[in-house]
Ligand binder design. Structure first.
Ligand code: ZN
Length: 243
């Protein structure tokens, strides 16, 4: 007899296995990231298929075998139907799923990640979002996710000398994550300048102030630099984890 585990989860990735099976990556409330085999799930008569479409939130049930987990039941909770009507939203959902898959190595429950994922997906499904809002939601997820993983940057004091940051030239330091002042910059040539506007956006993101964040009129130039700094910090964290 197998024990049946029941939990809720977001379907993040699906890989075909053989003719009819699928290996499904699900971020669950009670077990963190899990990979579950959906047996014969691609066959027309599979009743589980309707509840495990990509980016669905579903109640799932599985059994733990010697090698893998096998899906035994799935009931749809929320399909986030707006995600699939809009390429921008869909692309953010794919990026979130990729980041989660890349940076979470093992199976471990994490309520903070679960809540962040739930909050981001619900908001991303909201009708009233501009393209800039949608992009900001990705960074909202990304930077708060970095923080949960232990990479929260210091944004109010210099991350090296701890002095309160003053207006003027500021820089972003990955090694001791956070903003550094002009004085400390002199000894560290590898860091990059960051605009005060971008520091403000990052603060709103990490304070989880979605209400104000989504009302901001963010100019394209700052979105572009937010994109660059996010990509660089992501790859720094990724490389740090591997070694
Ligand atoms: Zn300093």
């Amino acid at each position: 007899m197998f024990f049946h585990y029941r939990t809720q989860g977001f379907v993040l990735k699906k890989n075909n296995k053989g003719e009819a099976n699928q290996l499904i990556t699900i971020y669950t409330k009670d077990f963190g990231k899990v990979e579950i085999l959906g047996k014969a799930i691609r066959k027309g008569k599979s009743k589980l298929r309707g509840a495990i479409e990509l980016f669905y939130l579903s109640e799932i049930e599985f059994i733990q075998g010697k090698i893998h987990k096998t899906l035994t039941d799935a009931v749809l909770i929320e399909s986030f139907s707006n995600l699939k009507k809009d390429l921008e939203r869909l692309s953010v959902a794919f990026k979130i799923s990729e980041v989660l898959d890349n940076l979470i190595k093992g199976q471990e429950t994490d309520t903070k990640i679960w809540n962040l994922l739930t909050q981001t997906f619900k908001k991303l499904n909201d009708c009233q979002l501009s393209i800039i809002n949608i992009q900001l939601l990705y960074y909202f997820f990304l930077w708060n996710f970095f923080s949960v993983l232990g990479y929260q940057p210091e944004l109010y004091n210099c991350s090296i000398c701890q002095e309160k940051l003053k207006p003027g030239k500021l820089f972003f330091n990955q090694e001791k994550p956070g903003i550094i002042c002009n004085n400390c910059f002199k000894d560290l040539k590898s860091v990059k300048e960051i605009s005060p506007e971008l520091v403000k956006i990052l603060r709103l993101i990490l304070e989880k102030n979605l209400l104000i964040l989504l009302k901001l009129k963010v100019e394209k130039v700052y979105l572009k630099s937010l994109n660059i700094i996010s990509k660089e910090y992501y790859s720094f964290i990724h490389n740090n984890q591997v070694t």
